[in-house]
Design a protein around this ligand. Structure first.
Ligand SMILES: C[S@@+](CC[C@H](N)C(=O)[O-])C[C@H]1O[C@@H](n2cnc3c(N)ncnc32)[C@H](O)[C@@H]1O
Length: 316
């Protein structure tokens, strides 16, 4: 079966699942079988899920046609996936280089790494290749999680473990410890970013790498394409400290099957000061900024490495 018909089949199965849910609800309420329930039964074409192609990397990648963001690394660079260089990302190269230069003996070598939101496993691959003893990567989007598993299989990653679920409750109840954490592209997708940062700081011993968008009044006010996506601004408080949150709405981005944001229709963005203060208050005040791109296409974006500075750890 071609990639396109598999994609169509996935959509049909999902819409059938939605109709089955509605039919089950109706049955619970005592309603007779509806035309929707009958249609759902007919929609599932199980044979569409089989491949008749020769087994290959392209065939595995093609399970998610048009949904890959990343370009795969050698020897798979010609496999049609995406174009973003997430398996050779200069932001992660900088992080690895700074960890080596900045006092973590051996850089990432031997480190237990926690990665939040791996998407397709590109950063996980770089962290493993740089010598991490283990990479625990937590992904909540089922399609992304399965793409991570495809990448893991195709690239022979052996020290990375992809876990399917939400890192917010994981961090809340976490008894594991990590040397290094990577929170790239995730903080601005959260509803309550400061409490997640507090929980992340509490489980990390040495350093946390961050790439995130942040809110800036001046920049957003001048960008009509971005301004419409922001809603209410409010002050929140954690452990006696105030911080500002600005609502961000995903809007039509939610219509794309390759959507890679958070699990709610909105998130809350922090200001740059609110962001760095949250790390500083939870023991990571030593912040090395690599890049602060106020003109980023999706809004201001900052890249930094926060190192443990001996301050107070939330919950300690
Ligand atoms: C914008 S992508 C960033 C991918 C990659 N880390 C990078 O920097 O290029 C965000 C990823 O985090 C995942 N994600 C968002 N919120 C999450 C959560 N609460 N738990 C687990 N994964 C989450 C999304 O599904 C997506 O794969």
């Amino acid at each position: 079966m071609s990639s396109t018909s598999l994609s169509t089949s996935i959509r049909r199965v999902l819409s059938a699942a939605r109709r089955r849910g509605a039919a089950a609800l109706a049955a619970l309420r005592g309603a007779p079988p509806s035309p929707a329930a009958e249609a759902a039964r007919e929609d599932i074409a199980i044979l569409d899920w089989y491949s008749k192609e020769l087994p290959s990397a392209a065939n595995a990648v093609g399970i998610f046609p048009g949904e890959w963001a990343s370009r795969l690394p050698a020897p798979l660079e010609d496999v049609p996936a995406g174009s973003a260089p997430l398996f050779a990302d200069p932001r992660i190269s900088w992080c690895i280089e700074r960890l080596a230069a900045g006092g973590r003996e051996g850089g990432l070598s031997g480190a237990r790494v926690l990665e939040l939101g791996p998407l397709e496993g590109g950063h996980s691959y770089m962290l493993e290749t740089a010598g991490a003893a283990s990479v625990t990567a937590i992904e909540s989007n089922a399609r992304s999680y399965l793409k991570c598993l495809v990448a893991k299989e195709l690239l022979g990653m052996t020290r990375t473990s992809f876990a399917f679920g939400d890192f917010v409750p994981y961090l809340r109840g976490c008894t594991d410890r990590y040397d290094v954490a990577v929170a790239s592209g995730v903080i601005y997708h959260l509803l309550d970013p400061v409490s997640v940062i507090a929980d992340l700081c509490a489980v990390t011993d040495d350093a946390i790498f961050v790439w995130t968008q942040y809110y800036d009044d001046e920049v957003i006010a001048a960008r009509s394409d971005l301004h419409r996506k922001f809603g209410d601004r409010r002050t929140a408080n954690l452990d006696g400290y105030d911080y500002e949150l600005v609502e961000y709405r995903y809007l039509d981005a939610l219509d794309f099957a390759g959507f890679c944001g958070g699990s709610a229709p909105t998130s809350n963005w922090l200001t740059r000061d609110g962001l760095t203060a949250a790390f500083a208050r939870h023991g990571f005040a030593d912040i090395e900024v690599h890049d602060d791109d106020r003109d980023h296409v999706h809004g201001p974006a900052i890249t930094f490495l926060a190192r443990r500075s001996g301050g107070v750890v939330a919950g300690a």
